[in-house]
Design a protein around this ligand. Sequence first.
Ligand code: ATP
Length: 243
Amino acid sequence: MNPSPQSNAPLLQMSGVSAGYGEMLALENANLEIRESEIVALVGSNGAGKTTLLRVLSRLLPCSGEIRYQGRPINGSTPDQVFEQGMVQVPEGRQLFDRMSVQDNLLMGAYHRKNRSEVAQDLERIYGLFPRMAERRKQLAGSMSGGEQQMCAMARAMMAQPRLLMVDEMSLGLAPIIVDQLMEVLLSIRSQGVTVLLVEQDIHLALATADRGYVLETGHIVRSGPAKELIDDPELQKAYLGL
Ligand code: ATP
């Protein structure tokens, strides 16, 4: 029997992490753990500090406290180094190269990889995960719908061989039916052994798919636990779900 993701080894650990902008702390004393093959949701309202936490993980923002990835501290690592070790972001707003084809966008995700025949094989594997992108491989990325652009951004990130895929506000501005399709893709990505950190304002959506969740409020992690328990938590239902 496969172990549940919760019983796997920790892939990422944040202990007592604080960060901010000038005098202002946007993240305070955050403790968070992501285990191999989990889907972990990081949820919270606008301005709660979610993107700040992602910037800290990607080493774009300095922090105090400790971050360990694959058991080793990465506080001293650069953004390039953590990227090459498999910490890959799908950024909010997708940030595609609009005037380049879908395929060229996907290849940009693999720009640092030396073995081009492996990259070519991976391209076909990723098209298998995203059949719509295979159909549109020659289309300019900027001419596609929002949902297709989000798929393209996720496919590009997959071309970087992520071990931890960090997806920022995947659902923003997309129709529910498209979001459902993207969630299915995330589950397939996880089944390929990739661990996922899903950062969302839509708390219900994220917790409905995740194994565990963390709730951020004004820079503080105020709740964490199995996603199902968080969904059923009466205080969170009142605060976030309008129930
Ligand atoms: P959103 O969903 O709107 O992206 P968020 O949860 O990701 O929100 P952050 O973007 O991390 O929140 O912002 C946390 C706090 O830090 C907010 O008060 C925000 O105004 C502030 N902040 C974010 N980026 C900067 C910056 N570059 N300079 C100054 N303050 C910033």
